[in-house]
Design a protein. Structure first.
Length: 154
């Protein structure tokens, strides 16, 4: 995909992150500059979680999603299983996977719409092309899906 097309689609998506929307969800926007969208889920029973969505190639390619502490420290397989983040990963409906992804070596999002899902050996047959136009699979829709799981909702 041409970078200027990807950048335009990214900018259109992040323009929807209005102060009102951020407040309603209890999100804090750290960065929204192509190709990165950094957002922190703050309001809820779960510990704050920061997501870095790297959207190079959006929306032809799904975003790579890095799981971070609110301070920006990448979660590792050890701190993903600790008392702070472990319960979030252990939920039966969780898409947060504590295993080390074979490409990143870190815990990852195992959900359609994350680059890690579509590049994982067990999901390579599930092409992003089959899902990217479905309702809720736009950039903000993916963040909302992850927020719902983080909150313990579906």
């Amino acid at each position: 995909m041409l970078e200027f097309v990807s950048r335009k689609k990214f900018d259109e998506a992040v323009a929807k992150l209005t102060p009102r929307l951020l407040k309603n969800y209890g999100w804090r926007l750290v960065e929204a500059a192509y190709p990165n969208l950094d957002i922190v889920f703050e309001t809820g029973a779960s510990p704050p979680l920061r997501l870095r969505l790297t959207c190079d190639g959006w929306d032809e390619t799904p975003p790579a999603i890095t799981l971070l502490t609110a301070e920006g420290v990448p979660l590792s397989t050890s701190n993903a299983a600790d008392m702070t983040y472990g319960p979030m990963f252990a939920r039966s409906n969780s898409v947060f996977n504590t295993s080390a992804h074979d490409m990143t070596g870190r815990p990852f999002i195992c959900m359609r719409g994350s680059r890690e899902f579509h590049t994982h050996p067990s999901h390579r047959h599930e092409a992003w092309e089959n899902y990217r136009r479905l309702s809720g699979n736009d950039l903000i829709g993916l963040v909302v899906q992850l927020w719902r799981v983080w909150k313990g909702k579906r």
